[in-house]
Design a protein around this ligand. Structure first.
Ligand code: HDD
Length: 694
């Protein structure tokens, strides 16, 4: 029989029962069993309270210190555990352990983030997404700390604090949170022509990803691989989502922010829980000095890409995220990435942005996590070498705040000979350990920007000219939206002057959208080249746009009297296509169907607007439809699905609701039978009929 303890609960004199089998004994941080977790220690039943109450003081003291400084950038993030599997050996190119053997797996922890907003901001502002992966390799942790865009705003790390100050909420008023549509951001951007390529990406749908699982990731910088013979090959890293590349559109993303501020975090959690694991292929662009010197830009300039059409991406592995963290703080918050964390076989290049990053991250982790011993936190610990039994790292670094280890013996220096006296001697260097690539370097000490970094517009132009028409319209409209939020007129003009160097038509369209004249073009420091467009950069009608239901969510709106067969066959068809059906009704508990049976809905209409799903089915009885045409949320549900270019499948009885919502026939509006096929894509050609774009 379970041993039942009883204890007085306090106020009402009632008794809480505590069973040992279900609940171990509650203790203080120092192990003292707690007899009452409901009341402070008082003099008599009505107080006053006593300062000597260590149980209360310890609990409150710990609570008062629960928060640590949030990340200065990328504060809002979500993460998952998983593995990397090598699918194509790179043993001839790099000696990095994780790339040696096809089939070899390495544990990873990946964190995705927005950049500008605080930790509690929404998941879906227009913003770059961080894409940071910690590989726990057998030769140490390698951190690939990238973004979902392959270029960056600035060329030299010296400008990073300025960029971030300008992007974050304005210093005097404390807003806007997580938004770039404000004076200081555009002031900085307009004064930094080198940001033009990145700003083209930022104004594109790349900054509105549908989910973390449907975005690309990039290492951005040129790195080095070094093989066992010491030969170096330059490398750029690409993550390609196996679920396809998918974004939202602006009106949709704004509404998602209201409907579900945790939209992407929830998506990551739910995908993993239902087994739709987010997966990416890891690709590399490999090149040598000769290739680098033959390009019309500098491969050390982080504002430049190497188009895939010029240098194909070779797929060498895949990453699968299959486990959500057990504890948000211990893992997602305390994980600490550093681009300086390299492993044998991987090294950095001279990219001045990367070189600046090598310092900053280590520094920020000490501030954020409060101790140089942050590498001892479980999520940051190296997983260990086979020869370091039980200890993931071995060295003579000692002590410091929050030292978690208890090193034994006297040997806290290297070299030592204590082993000759029978005492533990400790670790020694391994000639095969990490070696920096011995690149030849010489020159004067200078604070200068290389001449080869001077072209700020050719690739911005390349990006614009590579886009699909629908994407161009989104980019031009995003400029109009953002610059309309700028209150100081000369800032708009300065940005437009830069855009003229990108493309005359783009500048014209944005100027028209703002109802201002096109100014003279800003001066350029290098000729603007007409590089060949790169269709690989497209999302819409691009190589990674996938027509599928796999991993996608289909909202099925139904109500009292819905035909049971139509409802069940639609749910089954969505599942059969690999999709996730989400049934939505005005009331959730028990929805009566046509045959008199009832079914529970997954979500309530008012709390699950259609912006939260990928495609929409509407299955109604004539009576329910007559009611819903007078229900704003139902009309809006359908209107938004149509406006956001989603497929809508419906039965005959639901037609009046579609009419009320202004739905016009096109290939994406179907009966229930054709719906599942139609639901695999968005209908870009519909867009000119539903909104005016620049
Ligand atoms: Fe950074 C965090 C990505 C330039 C300084 N950065 C941070 C994170 C990502 C990036 C994904 C969040 C990591 C996490 O999830 O914990 N940062 C980039 C990329 C850059 C870049 C792709 C350009 C190619 N960053 C950059 C520069 C500097 C920093 C030039 C400063 C010299 N970044 C930081 C930081 C952060 C950071 C202040 C804040 C929190 C942290 O490091 O851990 O050190």
């Amino acid at each position: 029989m379970t041993d039942i303890k009883t204890r007085p609960a306090g106020n009402g004199g009632e008794t809480h029962q505590v069973t040992d089998a279900d609940h171990p004994v509650l203790t203080t941080n120092h192990g003292t069993p707690v007899s009452d977790n409901q009341n402070q220690l008082k003099v008599g039943p009505r107080g006053p309270v006593l300062l000597e109450d260590e149980v209360y003081r310890e609990k409150m003291n710990h609570f008062d210190h629960e928060r640590i400084p949030e990340r200065i950038v990328h504060a809002r993030g979500s993460a998952a555990h998983g593995y990397f599997e090598c699918t194509d050996s790179l043993a001839d190119i790099t000696r990095a352990d994780l790339f040696q053997k096809k089939g070899q797996r390495t544990e990873v922890f990946a964190r995705f983030s927005t950049v500008a907003g605080g930790a509690g901001s929404v998941d879906t502002p227009r913003d770059v997404r961080g894409f940071a992966v910690k590989f726990y390799t057998r030769e140490g942790n390698w951190d690939l700390v990238g973004n979902n865009i392959p270029v960056f705003f600035i060329q030299d790390a010296m400008k990073f604090p300025d960029l971030i100050h300008a992007a974050k909420m304005e210093a005097d008023r404390g807003y806007p949170q997580a938004a770039t549509a404000h004076d200081t951001f555009w002031d900085f951007i307009s004064l930094m022509p080198e940001a033009t390529h990145m700003i083209m990406w930022a104004m594109s749908d790349r900054t509105l990803p549908r989910s973390f699982a449907t975005m690309e990731g990039f290492g951005i910088h040129t790195f080095r691989f070094v093989n066992a013979e010491g030969k170096s090959t330059f490398v750029k890293f690409h993550w390609k989502p196996r679920a396809g590349l998918a974004s939202t559109i602006w009106d949709e993303t704004v509404k998602i922010a209201g409907a579900d501020p945790d939209f992407q975090r929830r998506d990551l959690f739910e995908r993993i829980n239902r087994g739709d694991y987010p997966e990416w292929d890891l690709g590399v662009q490999l090149f040598d000095e000769e290739f680098a010197n033959s390009q019309p830009y500098d491969v050390l300039d982080a504002t430049k890409i190497i188009p895939e059409e010029v240098l194909p991406v070779r797929i060498v592995g895949k990453m699968v995220l299959d486990r959500y963290p057990d504890n948000f703080f211990a893992e997602t918050e305390q994980v600490a990435f550093c681009p300086s964390h390299m492993v044998p076989g991987i090294d950095h290049s001279n990219d001045p942005l990367l070189q600046g990053r090598l310092f900053s991250y280590q520094d920020t982790q000490i501030k954020r996590l409060g101790s140089t011993n942050w590498h001892q936190l479980p999520i940051n610990q190296a997983k260990g070498r086979a020869d370091a039994a039980g200890c993931p790292f071995l060295n003579m670094q000692r002590d410091g705040h929050m030292q978690m280890q208890v090193p034994k013996g006297r040997a806290n220096y290297e070299p030592n000979s204590l082993h000759l006296a029978g005492e533990p001697g400790g670790p020694r260097e391994d000639p095969n350990g990490f070696k920096s690539f011995p690149a030849e370097e010489s020159g004067q000490k200078l604070r200068i920007r290389a001449e080869s970094f001077a072209d700020h517009y050719s690739q911005a132009r390349l990006f614009w000219r590579s886009m699909d028409k629908a994407e161009q319209a989104h980019i031009a409209s995003a400029f109009v939206f953002e610059l309309s939020k700028v209150s100081i007129p000369h800032i708009r003009v300065a940005q437009l002057a830069n855009l003229r160097n990108v493309d005359e038509e783009l500048a014209q369209r944005v100027a028209e959208g703002l109802a201002i004249d096109v100014p003279a073009a800003s001066p350029t420091s290098a000729p603007v080249l007409d590089m060949a467009p790169s269709p690989a950069l497209r999302i819409v009608r691009g190589p990674l746009e996938k027509h599928t239901l796999e991993g996608r969510t289909v909202g099925i709106l139904f109500a009292d009297g819905t035909d049971r067969e139509e409802f069940e066959s639609t749910v089954a068809a969505v599942k059969a296509a690999g999709g996730h059906p989400l049934t939505i009704a005005p009331k959730v508990g028990a929805v009566p169907l046509s045959d008199g049976t009832t079914v529970a809905a997954d979500a309530q209409l008012f709390g699950q607007p259609s912006v939260t799903v990928d495609a929409c089915a509407v299955i109604l009885s004539a009576e329910a439809c007559a009611k819903l045409v007078k229900e704003g949320a139902a009309v809006q549900w359908v209107m938004d699905a149509f406006g956001h270019l989603k497929a809508i499948g419906h039965n005959d009885a639901a037609k009046p609701l579609l009419d009320k919502a202004g739905v016009e026939p096109d290939a994406g509006i179907t009966d229930l039978e054709a719906f599942v096929d139609a639901a695999k894509q968005r209908y870009w050609d519909r867009e000119p009929n539903v909104r005016t774009l620049a």
